[in-house]
Design a protein around this ligand. Structure first.
Ligand code: FAD
Length: 517
């Protein structure tokens, strides 16, 4: 996947069947689906792939136990099915994860046990195992970091866990493998129309001051919380489609919550669930649900959100966390479908919605990472109908994603690259220095920086440290420590100037400060 080659395709001014705006889970899933049906597909992303919400999730591949409690059986069943497909099609980026809900009395244990039994029943042939009731002794074995004072026992159930940004990169690479053209740092700032119908997009290259036009039979707006700005370009009187809600996560060292199982706190003060999930040799704690009036590309955690997560987690764990123990704090924006019934965003539906505008612009929003494939299928079905494209059935249910290798265990060094790991190791023959680690406490090697630039379209230091590696999200200080070396290696590959290195370091330092608590 090479940006210069993609730019050349854009310059050739060919007509596309489908143009996708937005390179998060939704847009990338659409590009994969459309290309797999044989449609000529272009995807443009304003920032880097998954820079938005899709790199900032709780990293769960799940049906959503809490949506079951809200009675949304259809969404839960759909997500459980999709959970099965994600686990099967990308074993190098997903794994089965045990979760435990602590119960303070027998009624709670039976209530949650019954709910989880139904949850498993709904997963049907995609079941990952029946839930089990645990006594206090077993509970301590599974969750050695849990404060068991007053706890009677627990319920163990199984769901999925994944690396969201790496999964997005795998989708981009898959779409590219099957013929789609993808470009990061290419924003849509206007729509081309003929006789009231959208026939293309006006593009701005965010890395160079260059503009382009791309024509397509249909345009899909998959810009997450930003869908309203594209709807505005189409019709300034469009009603808002999204109500954004912020969710924050704190990342702490694994020693604060040792073991392989995740904790699920079923009811917080605002009626949400809160998780402590082992991820990347650390523990992710979250999340919150804060309605917002204004949105930004780099959302920041509110003080009260950080305090809320710390308070809740500290009630449940033996080793209490303080501000100084937080290795990274990150915030993401949920693109919740706007309804007139806007009470608590925690209670708002996680279903997705598709809007077909009179101009034939297709907008898709809402949903969950876990349901990205089903969302893509629905969006492409609508787009094909609107654009009168040949009728081709969706073919992604069993499509193995780029790097698929069932022998590679998720969570090991280089495992996120799947079958590409071999080629990354081979890079070390080109330059022995590339085999060395970038940081004494983390497993990333220099060859991965070279690979990210050559094969995964990384353009900026942030692209490597936040999404090709996950270091900014796991240990923001470590990301700052290795940024100069990453910039140096990238500059050689990109043939960039010393000024570029300086600018990159200044902007990355400013960005990373927001991730330090
Ligand atoms: C805190 C939190 C936790 C979550 N946890 C989970 C979880 O554990 N499991 C799960 O299944 N789901 C989870 N979700 C939901 C899931 O992350 C989102 O539903 C999903 O990532 C949304 O993807 P998207 O592609 O629609 O949006 P985004 O990822 O935001 O992508 C939209 C993209 O469009 C781009 N864009 C915007 N404007 C333009 C333009 N003019 N031109 C070109 N590109 C543009 C943006 O830069 C962005 O990259 C969570 C969400 C949040 C907020």
């Amino acid at each position: 996947m090479n940006r210069i080659a993609s730019l050349a395709r854009l310059e050739s001014r060919e007509e596309w069947d489908i143009i996708v705006i937005g390179g998060g889970a939704t847009g990338l899933g659409i590009a994969v689906d459309a290309a797999q049906r044989g449609f000529k597909t272009l995807l443009v992303e304003k920032n880097d792939f998954a820079k938005g919400t899709s790199s900032r999730s709780t990293k769960l591949v799940h049906g959503g136990v809490r949506y079951l409690a809200q009675g949304n059986i259809k969404l839960v069943m759909e997500a459980l099915r999709e959970r099965g497909h994600m686990l099967a099609n990308a074993p190098h980026l997903t794994r089965i994860q045990e979760f435990i809900i602590p119960a303070f009395n027998i009624f709670q244990q039976l209530y949650y046990g019954a709910g989880l039994w139904v949850y498993d029943l709904l997963s049907n042939r995609f079941s990952l195992g029946k839930p089990r009731l645990l006594g206090k002794r077993k509970l301590k074995k599974y969750l050695p970091g849990l404060n068991v004072n007053g706890v009677r026992g627990g319920i163990l159930y199984t769901d999925g866990q994944f690396d969201d940004a790496r999964f997005a990169i795998a989708l981009a690479l898959t779409a590219h493998d099957i013929g789609a053209v993808l470009l990061n740092y290419m924003s849509v700032n206007g729509l081309i129309k003929k006789d009231g119908k959208v026939t293309g997009v006006l593009l701005q290259d965010e890395l160079r001051s260059q503009t382009f036009e791309a024509r397509g039979k249909v345009v899909i707006n998959a810009t997450g919380v930003f869908v309203d700005s594209i709807l505005d370009l189409d019709d300034s009187a469009s009603p808002a489609a999204v109500m954004p809600s912020q969710g924050v996560h704190l990342v702490v060292d694994a020693s604060f919550f040792p073991g392989n199982s995740a904790l699920m706190i079923p009811k917080t003060r605002d009626g949400r669930v809160l998780f402590a999930v082992p991820w990347s040799n650390a523990v992710v704690l979250g999340t919150t649900d804060t309605p917002l009036n204004s949105i930004s590309e780099e959302p920041t955690a509110l003080e009260e959100e950080i305090g809320f997560i710390m308070d809740h987690f500290n009630q449940y764990c033996n080793k209490k966390i303080t501000r100084n123990d937080i290795k990274s704090v990150f915030a993401g924006l949920r693109p919740l479908v706007k309804t007139s019934n806007t009470g608590s965003t925690a209670l708002a539906s996680r279903d997705h919605t598709i809007i077909v505008s009179p101009s034939n612009l297709i907008t898709i929003t809402g949903g969950k990472w876990t349901t990205y494939r089903k969302m893509a299928k629905d969006a492409v079905n609508n787009a094909a109908f609107v654009a009168k494209l040949p009728i081709v059935k969706c073919r992604t249910r069993k499509l193995r994603l780029h790097g698929y290798d069932p022998e590679i265990a998720y969570g090991q060094p280089l495992s996120a690259y799947g079958s590409d790991a071999k080629q990354i190791r081979e890079l070390i023959n080109e330059n022995r220095e590339w085999g060395s680690f970038l940081h004494p406490s983390h497993v990333y090697i220099k060859a991965e920086v070279i690979w990210a630039v050559r094969m995964e379209m990384a353009q900026q230091v942030e692209d490597v440290l936040a999404r090709r590696f996950r270091l900014l999200f796991v240990d923001a200080q470590a990301a700052l420590d290795i940024a100069p070396e990453v910039a140096r290696l990238m500059a050689i590959e990109l043939k960039a100037t010393p000024e570029w290195v300086e600018e990159q370091l200044a902007s990355f330092t400013e960005l990373a400060r927001g991730y330090l608590a």
